[in-house]
Design a protein around this ligand. Sequence first.
Ligand SMILES: Cc1ncc(COP(=O)(O)O)c(C=O)c1O
Length: 455
Amino acid sequence: MDLAPLRAAARHAEAFLGSLAARPVRATADAATLRATLGGPLPDAGVPAERVIDELARAADPGIIASAGPRYFGFVIGGSLPAALAADWLTSAWDQNAGLYACSPAASVVEEVAAAWLLDLFDLPRGAGVGFVTGCQMANATCLAAARHAVLERAGWNVEQRGLQGAPRVHVVVGEEAHVTIFSSLRFLGLGAAGAVRVPADAQGRLRVDALATALAACDGPTIVCAQAGNVNTGAFDPLPEIVALAHARGAWVHVDGAFGLWARTTPAYRALAVGIEGADSWATDAHKWLNVPYDSGVAIVADAAALQAAMTADAAYLIKGKGEVRDQEDWVPEFSRRARGFPVYAALRSLGRRGVAQLVERCCALARRMAERLAAAPGVAVLNEVVLNQVLVRFGDGDAFTRRVIERVQADGTCWLSGTTWHGRAALRISLSNWSTTEEDADRSVDTILAVSR
Ligand SMILES: Cc1ncc(COP(=O)(O)O)c(C=O)c1O
């Protein structure tokens, strides 16, 4: 095998990673330029592999955003830990089909181990079923498929065999601040986004328990409640112990979207935010956010492992299944053939250890507070949320237009990158911290830039 393209890729990766702290965070080329340099008709003749890699790296570079770097604060995007990135390279080199144990014993056992480590780290029921999926969107959909299975099974209906036509109605109750991916998951599952009962939230975006009690009183039959640990704007946590108690008293399934918030469970400093979460029935989270595993990597966790397996599993005469003695990953996720996604998760957890994960979470939260405090102290600048975790919402002056202008100027400047949102009808700049490599200096430099462009 010609290894020259791999060596070229390593050279380009080294140059890119070495440039991360200094290069502009934004892209430097527009779509037209990228189309011109990367596009054109499909050539009839192939091009030598090393040249493909060299030309791809050169042409793509101006369109690559330094979101893996220390001053990217947009959306909720983590970087890549060195061990996780290296394990991801090996995952490609090994090219395992991680659907069945029979296709890759190592991929299967590594997922088994990483799943146990995660349950331990989050202190969730140790017998829970765990699926490694592409992201929290798919983790929400996977968990809600298990929920749909369980609540309908209790009503005497096998949804996997009979579908939803003619099934008892499934009530879905969500907080009005539920993440958009909860609604797409409901769409995929045939439960419908518009049919979900939306429960009002408080000023920080936390679902209101009194309103949940009223909503649940009107639900008669199979019911799923979707709660949230970590609002994408404020970082706020729904009141989980109360939600679990109320929902379980009515026989409802509780699903928690903890895309980044579930990681608060990993440190005593923030665990109180997510106390009571262990009483829920399913949890969705991401490894590509706060664990800093390269894309794509999400985790679906379901306390009743049998419900997850029943919703996911597939079998056919030609398959070789482990019959419960070993892990066949396709029993736990929607995919059949799939990437061996467990390797980088395993490597990230092993390289950080329990203490390293806790420190990563604590460091990001401390940096969020540091940035919020400096910004709030500046004249005409207001921090709109209680900074309880790693998210900060900032407003400049009185009008939406000025805040949006500040966001555009920060993006154009390139020192750091962040985006905007609308919070309670008012434009706000969002700062999200979840990168292992961000330092106090990065945070301070970024605040200097934000304040400079807002003058
Ligand atoms: C609370 C919440 N849920 C779900 C998601 C979707 O996660 P992903 O983009 O990994 O699918 C996000 C993404 O930011 C999120 O913040």
